[in-house]
Design a protein around this ligand. Structure first.
Ligand code: CDP
Ligand code: MG
Length: 824
């Protein structure tokens, strides 16, 4: 170890020690803040006579209020709207089934009125029967934005203010009162409530919505509920699903009855890429031309037995199939598969509709925020569409701040065409009524997890037939519509029937933490009870990771750090970065980096100006050898530019996405709220109060190490170059977009990274060069090595020889940190 490194390390040690004492003084106030448990309904005291009289009065008041509101003219209009919804036809059957069965599955086409009507039927009935006081209905939603919009809708259908009998509760935001009888909440909020109330005491009806999506939280919740039902015979459980696989859920709950709501939608014509191209006369990339050539040839030759392309598309399981095909075929599919969505084509299709088709809103399905923002820019620059008074272009994305939602649902004035650019959030949980045209890119961002290589990625992949059907259906709400599919018919035919459930394709560490905090016993045993149990190797990896980062001890019990991480609805690594960042007075940079990790980094990659873009990124990185520092500096420079009103030019010159930066800023606020909520910081004091070392890049790198560990790479010198090694996969390369790509030698011996991706090889996306002491102090659990001469990490993959005195100091400092976390 060079003397220079030693000097820097000593500084680092001294500072972290200092910070520990500084923060110690705030412990008491933090402890106090933590004791204020978030808004959770408290079970009512034992009934007394007074209490009974009060309830009777309350029941009558609720009923009279409900009846008087029904009598107003506006309520009558609402009522006639409601009666036209398909759900209305099953009202009596539904209420009877709820009364007669503990579990019920209801399926129906999106928009038929499941979410807004079914809970409302129960509510009205209970109030009418003078059972209002006892009734406590909860309906879960997978997403925050739908919880709010649905609650608001029902309140207006009932002619009351949001937060009276109908309310919502999402993390850090609620509108509810003592009067609230129907509460919409995110599935995550209900899971948290289960920590305090394992039996859901006081809840009379629980509706779990969008169960067909097979989200991780919903799959998790139904395991818990199946165990809970025998303990709560009076609880009614209603599972609501689009018209997909309702039998699966019924079987899981011992053949629970199913009610199917017949659909009421107008026909929707389907146009595939072949015809879109002809209609819009848009020239698209050559892959499609090749591809089209192939499929034309196929059509001309009826005997297709040996045509690999046809065979490939015969089976729905694309992946398993195409592994067996010849290289040339595989390459052509990959070429097609890997092509980015041609946003020019989307723009041309929108323009085509606006020029040639009748009135009606357009809903565009894209994969994510970056596509939405790029398309927004394109539309702004389009000669015809850029005329903003005739077109109302609105983005719709799950992590959008919850303001300004109303204009998405409202009908614009008659001479204005609404164009909504959405992710798959608009597929089933949000219904925009006036949509007549759907443009479907055929893909959605999907996480996938390779348990063997511990590789997780979030990549656009083909949607399922079920999703494609949902998307199309969004166009036929009020009149016949058209769905423009921007992919060939053969791709549609090759799509899998259903999407793989999230629990089978994502890393499970957050889920495992939740299982621990709900005290549901051994993780593996519990998860074996799932509708489709995850791969035991994924479970093992998740538990191992939680032990490695210090969230679980060897006995699989939560450590103090683990307990804190459970309270944050975040990936445990990101959570740890925020916690350690705030404890070590590095909150400001930790918030920024965590926001970029949770969302995406703000650098855009223009295809034709790649070198300039790389240079801009490198100039932000300076000599830090860190992609994370680059984005941190870029974010800070953006804030300065914004203050001086030069935001647009700044982003343009530096190849940054203003939308992503804005989203990062919003996420920083959300994270700050979360940390404040669990008492780690006091928001009122401001971020600066916790960022004494925010400008010290060495500290920032150490915090990065705390958050990203065990994503570690060893940098090994090979002559004049450096080779990179990773424990799981061996030799890896730096991704070409990294500031560390093409650098031959690095000042420090290790890297931490946020993501490794598998394309042609295994690449490291964003990395930061760090010292061995950053690893020793801020990395996960470690062991004194067997010889007693040093320290082993990652099961001996990393070995550090250090003088005994330094090892002792490190152990002491880490012990101090543990104690500090324990006290909180
Ligand atoms: O849950 P499901 O997809 O079956 O339908 P829903 O969300 O209950 O919506 C039923 C109808 O209510 C929709 O077709 C919309 O017309 C209307 N609605 C609305 O106008 N505003 C909302 N925020 C939600 C629903
Ligand atoms: Mg719904």
């Amino acid at each position: 170890m060079s003397t220079e490194t030693e000097r820097r390390v000593e500084n680092l040690l001294a500072r972290s020690k200092e910070t520990l004492t500084i923060n110690d003084s705030t412990t008491t106030s933090i402890q106090m803040a933590r004791q204020s448990v978030p808004n959770v309904a408290v079970s009512k005291p034992e009934s007394t006579e007074d209490d009974n009289a009060f309830k009777e009065k309350f029941n009558i008041e609720l009923r009279d209020l409900q009846n008087s509101r029904k009598a107003t003219p506006s309520a009558r209009v609402m009522q006639s709207f409601r009666e036209k919804l398909p759900a209305f036809k099953v009202k009596d059957e539904f209420l009877k089934a709820v009364a007669d069965n503990q579990v019920l599955v209801v399926s129906g086409e999106t928009g038929c009125g499941k979410t807004t009507q079914l809970p409302q039927f129960i509510l009205e009935e209970e109030i009418e029967r003078l059972q209002g006081a006892k009734c406590n209905i909860i309906c879960t939603q997978p997403r925050r934005i739908s919880a709010i919009s649905v609650a608001a809708r029902i309140a207006s259908e009932r002619g009351e203010n949001l937060g009276e009998t109908v309310g919502y509760q999402i993390r850090l935001e609620a509108k509810r009162s003592a009067q609230t009888r129907l509460l919409f909440c995110t599935t995550g909020v209900l899971l948290r409530r289960l920590v305090q109330e394992p039996d859901l005491g006081g809840v009379s009806h629980l509706l779990v919505d969008e169960i067909h999506e097979r989200g991780m939280n919903e799959d998790f919740l139904i395991i818990i509920l199946r165990d809970l039902l025998p303990r709560r015979p009076d609880l009614r459980l209603i599972l609501m699903s689009a018209t997909i696989n309702a039998e699966l859920f019924s079987t899981y709950f011992g053949n629970a009855p199913i009610i199917h709501i017949p659909g009421l939608t107008y026909p929707v014509a389907e146009v595939f890429l072949e015809d879109v191209v002809e209609k819009t006369r848009y020239r698209i990339k050559s892959e499609f031309d090749n591809f089209q050539g192939n499929s034309r040839r196929r059509r001309r030759q009826p005997s297709t037995k040996n045509d690999p392309l046809t065979e490939m598309f015969e089976d729905v399981d694309i992946d398993a199939q195409y592994k067996n095909y010849s290289m040339s075929t595989r390459q052509s599919l990959e070429a097609w598969d890997g092509t980015q969505l041609d946003l020019g084509l989307v723009e041309a299709t929108i323009e085509y509709i606006c020029r040639h088709e009748k009135d009606g809103a357009i809903l565009v399905f894209l994969t994510g925020w970056d596509e939405i923002s790029k398309l927004l820019d394109k539309i702004k620059g389009n000669n015809f569409l850029g005329n903003s008074s005739r077109f109302l272009v609105l983005p719709l994305h799950g992590s959008m701040p919850t303001v300004n939602q109303r204009e998405i649902f409202d009908r614009p004035p008659s001479n204005v065409r609404k164009i909504v650019l959405a992710t798959n959030i608009a597929e089933s949980s949000i219904t925009i009524d006036d949509v007549v045209y759907v443009i479907d890119c055929g893909k959605a961002k999907e996480t996938s997890y390779d348990a063997l290589n511990k590789l997780a990625c979030l990549l656009p992949s083909w949607i399922s037939k079920a999703s494609a059907h949902q998307r199309r259906g969004r166009a036929g709400r009020v009149q016949p519509g058209v769905c423009y599919r921007l992919y060939p018919k053969v791709i549609h035919d090759a799509m899998p029937q259903y999407q793989l459930p999230e629990i089978l394709r994502t890393p499970l560490q957050e889920l495992c933490l939740n299982i621990k905090s709900l005290q549901l016993g051994a993780v593996a045993t519990f998860l074996a009870k799932a509708l489709q149990p995850p791969d035991p190797l994924s479970v093992k990896n998740a538990l191992e990771l939680l032990k490695t980062i210090g969230a679980l001890d060897e006995m699989e019990e939560l450590t103090p750090l683990g307990c804190h991480l459970c309270t944050l609805p975040l990936d445990p690594n990101i959570g740890k970065m925020l916690l350690i960042g705030s404890v070590f007075q590095c909150l400001d940079p930790a918030l920024t980096i965590a926001a970029a990790l949770a969302h995406r980094d703000p650098f855009v990659l223009p295809i034709n100006r790649k070198e300039e873009a790389d240079a801009a990124k490198r100039s932000f990185a300076g000599d830090s050898c860190s992609d994370h520092i680059a984005l941190l500096k870029a974010f800070e420079a953006w804030k300065d530019a914004k203050r001086s009103g030069k935001e647009r030019a700044f982003c343009w010159e530096n190849f940054l996405s203003p939308m992503t930066l804005q989203m990062m800023e919003d996420m920083r606020n959300q994270f700050l709220d979360l940390l404040s909520d669990i008492g780690f910081v006091n928001k009122a004091r401001g971020v600066k109060a916790y960022s004494q070392y925010g400008d010290d890049l060495e500290m920032v790198c150490a915090i990065l190490c705390a958050g990203l560990y065990p994503n570690v790479i060893q940098c090994k010198r090979r002559g004049k170059r450096t080779a990179f090694y990773n424990k799981e996969v061996g030799k890896v390369d730096m991704h070409p977009s990294s500031v560390n790509a093409g650098v031959h030698l690095f000042p420090l011996p290790y890297m931490v990274y946020s993501e490794k991706v598998k394309t042609t090889g295994i690449y490291i996306r964003d990395s930061t060069n760090i010292s061995d002491y950053a690893l020793l102090l801020f990395g996960g659990s470690f062991m004194p090595s067997k010889t007693g001469e040093g320290i082993d990490m990652l099961g001996g993959y990393l070995h550090f020889s250090a003088p005994k005195s330094v090892i002792q100091l490190i152990q002491r400092l880490r012990g101090e940190l543990d104690k500090l976390l324990q006290r909180k």
